[in-house]
Design a protein around this ligand. Structure first.
Ligand code: DGJ
Length: 689
């Protein structure tokens, strides 16, 4: 809901439990008034009437109070907008007008020929913010155009939560005191990166289930930056957007415009758990396509076969997967071109004639006959120098003239800013999806930008931004042309996970780390922002082949992977008859609890910190708990798990034991899971009676 003051200079956005207010002063300064619990318009007006705190000496009254600090004039905070023309640098804007349409508020300012419009849209308690620049004046170099600056209220003792990592160790939660100065996270890699998810949360005293939490998440799959600033008077501002530094984002010729990605913000007073549930609900309702449709149990061939694949061997895996109850069979890398290792073939998206002499159709038909859907792996944005594509078009890659072309994993990045590259890729992928009954595409991206150059394109080069837009456009176009096909975003695991990619893909590959114990921490971090509905997790072989050789039971591996979109990725031809039978039971159990996991409310009961950890999902009258014991010490029994989200006055029957529990008892005294030893796990289903 949007309310506007009579003078048209104060705006109040209201969500189900939150409020957000801004005001334009008589001097055309856009001042932030409120972000927190719901307030009345009269409260916002009272805040607008308060003068800015008096400052002395070297300080600026505007710093820490502006909604979108531009560069220039009496401000010393990090500017969200920094532009320059041939003549001058910075912005001195005048308020032109506001528009409010379909729940979206637009505040438009102008500085000579440049119009800057701030956009706001409420999605329940999430506020989506972004900015458009329209240039009708002389050419402008946009050094920086952040999507939003979020201002937090005056409080002592802010803490910052972030999700950091690297390859095979993504999205690990770290929480630290925010001190004065700036904490900057981001990616300089051309993609979202494994190093940070583009999200931060700030609190002063929140717990998992109580207290105020402010969160901000960016929807951009290229380089990005979020800066969290502890200002001298202890105010906090968070500014974020596309691009990794201030040296140049793009140029706007006369008549050109630029729209930033969305930087979404959420205030919650339900603690970290409440904030996560609100983020999950937002993504399921407004971001992820078809989120009310549950994702399938898939099999993926990568860990089983790597590059050494053949039609017969894939058929053998498919037969075992189908018998286990798998619903979608995905052939990973190695089916196309001369791709028998990572040294060749990327770019040539036609089936390898030695491996698939009749193309992919016979295997796809076989998989369909077994009652499963069929999926393939692609990495369209890349090329191996040893490929027909590169031999024909060596200039189609990102490169700097006269410089080395850096190879990571023996591959180069195609310059997707080029129209001819976009057309080639659409043609190849469209033909692929038209030539065989393919239901699912795992879209990978296995190296960062290193030589991001485009000879002839003037600095700042458009390709950083245009690559991402072309990637989005390609996926959008393929989805439109093949509406039945689902897409997975992968980047060597979780190197491209953000709200931008999630708005056009059905699920993401969380991490190449499939060790079920490491995964608990990765999934714990991931769940701070993203819902289980998009978090793919596979059960692979034991000992773990890819990473650490850890031995774990099928039970532990399954219960770990059942916390997301369950997949199986082991070499099923080497699993015993007993293991295959046990796996079939786990898959059947997962299908029963799947609606709760993928659409329910998530409660993190205990974090993975060495001993007992657990999550709970609640949907309607049903609830399920997944619990894991890393190590039992001194023979001590595991502590009881206090459940959440239940009716105290109701009773719940346990599907595993038949016992009936009172809601109040489960909420206040808990349930002790039957776990012992090392790496044990269990599933507890309860239904309200
Ligand atoms: C990286 C992905 O994360 C893996 O799952 C697999 O698809 C390989 N690429 C294939 O090259």
């Amino acid at each position: 809901m949007l309310e506007i003051s009579r003078d048209g200079r104060t705006w109040l956005l209201t969500g189900p439990s939150s409020g957000y207010a801004v005001h334009v002063t008589g001097r055309d300064e856009l001042v932030h008034l409120h972000w927190g619990p719901r307030i009345a318009l009269a409260d916002a007006e009272a805040l607008a009437a308060r003068p800015l705190p008096e400052v002395r000496g070297f300080e600026s009254a505007l710093d820490g109070h502006e909604e979108y600090p531009v560069e220039g004039g009496p401000r010393f905070v990090r500017p969200a907008l920094s532009v320059r023309t041939e003549e001058r640098r910075g912005t001195e804007w005048a308020f032109e007008r506001y528009d409010a349409e379909d729940g979206e508020l637009r505040l438009r300012f102008t500085d000579a020929g440049l119009a800057v419009t701030l956009h706001y849209r409420t999605r329940d308690d999430v506020i989506e913010r972004w900015v458009t620049l329209e240039n009708q004046g002389p050419p402008v170099e946009v050094l920086r155009a952040d999507s939003a600056t979020w201002t937090l209220p005056d409080r002592d003792g802010w803490r910052l939560s972030q999700l950091h990592g690297r390859w095979a160790a993504e999205s690990r939660l770290v929480r630290s005191e925010l001190t004065y100065g700036e904490k900057v996270i981001g990616s300089r890699r051309g993609h979202t990166g494994h190093q940070h998810l583009p999200w931060v949360a700030l609190d002063t005293d929140a717990t998992e289930e109580r207290g105020e939490v402010y969160g901000c998440a960016l929807g951009w799959s290229g380089s990005w930056r979020i800066a969290v600033a502890g200002l001298p008077d202890a105010r906090v501002q968070i500014t974020g957007g596309a691009g990794h530094d201030d040296s140049g984002l793009l140029r706007l010729a006369t008549g050109e415009s630029f729209t930033t990605p969305v930087f979404a913000g959420l205030w919650s007073d339900g603690g970290f758990g409440g904030a996560s549930r609100a983020w999950h609900a937002y993504q399921r309702a407004y971001v992820v396509p078809d989120a009310d449709r549950d994702r399938f149990v898939l099999f993926n061939s990568w860990e089983a076969t790597e590059f050494d694949i053949s039609e017969e061997q894939q058929q053998a895996l498919a037969a075992r997967a189908a018998a286990m109850g798998v619903e979608l069979f995905v052939v990973d890398d190695g089916w196309f071109g001369a791709r028998t290792s990572d040294r060749a073939g990327l770019g040539d998206w036609t089936p390898n004639p030695d491996r698939f002499p009749q193309g992919l159709k016979p295997l796809a038909d076989h998989v369909h006959d077994l009652g499963m859907r069929f999926g393939i792996w692609v990495e369209p944005e890349m090329v191996n120098p040893d490929s027909d594509l590169y031999r024909a078009h060596p200039d189609w890659v990102q490169y700097q003239p006269g410089r080395k072309r850096t190879k990571f994993r023996n591959q180069l990045v195609l310059n997707l800013a080029r129209d001819d590259v976009q057309e080639y890729l659409f043609g190849q992928l469209d033909a692929l999806l038209s030539g065989a009954p393919i239901d699912y595409v795992k879209w990978d991206f296995n190296r960062s930008f290193t030589d991001a150059g485009w000879p002839g394109d003037p600095y700042p080069q458009r390709l950083w931004v245009d690559h991402v837009r072309a990637f989005y456009a390609l996926v959008d176009r393929l989805r439109a042309a093949h509406p039945g096909v689902a897409f997975e975003s992968c980047s060597g695991g979780g190197g491209r996970i953000d709200l931008g990619v999630l708005s056009r893909t059905d699920q993401v590959w969380t991490s190449d780390n499939t060790d079920p114990l490491d995964r608990l921490a990765i999934q714990h971090g991931f769940s701070q922002l993203h819902p289980a509905r998009v978090m793919a997790a596979w059960v692979t072989d034991s000992p773990n082949v890819m990473l650490n050789g850890r031995v774990s039971s099928l039970r532990f591996r399954f219960v770990s992977a059942m916390a997301g979109v369950l997949g199986v990725g082991g070499d099923l031809t080497r699993w015993s008859a007993e293991e295959l039978a046990e796996a079939r039971d786990w898959v059947a159990l997962y299908k029963e609890i799947r609606p709760l996991v993928q659409r329910g409310d998530l409660y993190r009961l205990r974090p993975p910190a060495g001993g007992l950890s657990a999550v709970q999902y609640v949907l309607g009258d049903e609830t399920v708990v997944l619990a894991w014991l890393q190590a039992q010490h001194y023979g001590e029994p595991v502590p009881p798990l206090r459940l959440r989200g239940l009716e105290p006055a109701a009773s719940y029957v346990c599907r595993e034991t038949g016992e009936v529990h009172r809601g109040a008892v489960l909420l206040h005294h808990g349930l002790r899971p039957a776990l012992r030893g090392d790496l044990d796990a269990t599933v507890i289903r309860l239904r309200r009676i």
